[in-house]
Design a protein around this ligand. Structure first.
Ligand code: ATR
Length: 281
């Protein structure tokens, strides 16, 4: 058994994606969603050992607090202070964070070249931090802009020092976005702006977008955000949040099963679920 823990948890796509993959590969696994309140987190994680639960995904609000209940965490989790994947190997619980590798894979598998490129990342929350950590090592230059500018500056300073790269942090002002976009190759929205139900919101004015940009939004509901629509209209290459969702899920899947994840099966399952959920609302 594998599963996902969080609160709330009813909108998670993880069971859909992982059960589709398990079935496709005929693996003797099942994936369930558990609503776990903060006060029950320690018991839930201990229960992995008791019940022989092989792997868990961890989502809001437990990604940080879960770390103290694990036996070991990888260097990414140490830097980020958050884990989204637990592996139970013979009772030893290891923590990983697959958001960053998932984002890199989503970019690369969709044709985005990273080395020597200038990337503009909007946001400095949990997901943005995971992306920034993964990107800083790979790209030529990284600019992180956030509404709470201090968070972006601190993150940029830490990453610049760590990877000996140009990493700049600043405020999410229209001027800063417009100016940085002119020199950027890749734009990533890692804020929650544009997420359902705010379908008409975008931080980036359409006239700042250009055809030689790659634009990735980490929001997957809606599958196409206003930013994605605007970017497409400007002729840019667009990568949807479903891609990051799938590739971070695939990375967890590979940690648990040791098998290559069936990406297309997972993508189809996620898109089917998203379109049927949208239709029923
Ligand atoms: P996640 O785990 O999805 O990254 P999070 O850690 O709460 O969630 O981060 C949300 C991100 O969206 C943050 O960068 C947040 O900016 P602040 O750090 O300034 O709060 C950003 N965000 C949320 N609402 C926003 C808004 N209306 N305008 C701009 N940025 C916003």
């Amino acid at each position: 058994m594998c599963g996902v823990i969080g609160d709330p948890i009813e909108h998670t796509l993880s069971p859909t994606i992982h059960n589709a993959a398990f079935n496709h590969l005929k693996l003797d696994f099942v994936f369930l969603a558990f609503r776990v309140k903060a006060a029950d987190l320690e018991n839930a994680v201990r229960g992995m050992r008791g019940l022989g639960i092989y792997g868990l995904n961890v989502t809001m609000p437990h990604k940080s607090t879960v770390i103290s209940f694990l036996d070991e965490v990888d260097p990414t989790v140490q830097f980020l202070g958050s884990a989204n994947t637990i592996l139970n190997k013979d009772g030893k619980l290891s923590g990983f964070n697959t958001d960053g590798v998932g984002a890199l894979k989503a970019l690369r598998e969709n044709g985005a070249e990273l080395s020597e490129k200038k990337v503009l990342l909007l946001g400095a929350g949990g997901a943005a931090k995971a992306l920034a950590f993964a990107l800083a090592e790979e790209v030529g230059e990284l600019v992180v802009l956030n509404r709470a500018a201090e968070k972006a500056r601190e993150l940029a300073e830490a990453l610049g020092r760590m990877f000996n790269k140009k990493v700049v942090g600043g405020s999410l002002s229209p001027d800063a976005i417009a100016k940085n976009l002119r020199a950027s190759d890749i734009l990533i929205n890692a804020t929650s702006v544009g997420m359902k139900p705010n379908l008409s919101q975008s931080i980036v004015a359409p006239q700042w977008l250009k055809s030689d940009l790659v634009v990735m939004d980490i929001i997957y509901d809606p599958v196409e955000t206003k930013l994605a629509r605007d970017a497409k209209a400007a002729g840019a290459k667009v990568i949807s949040g479903v891609e990051m969702l799938i590739y971070q899920g695939a990375a967890s899947f590979e940690i648990w099963t040791g098998r290559a994840a069936p990406i297309e099966v997972m993508r189809r399952a996620a898109l089917n679920k998203l379109s049927s959920a949208g239709a029923s609302k």
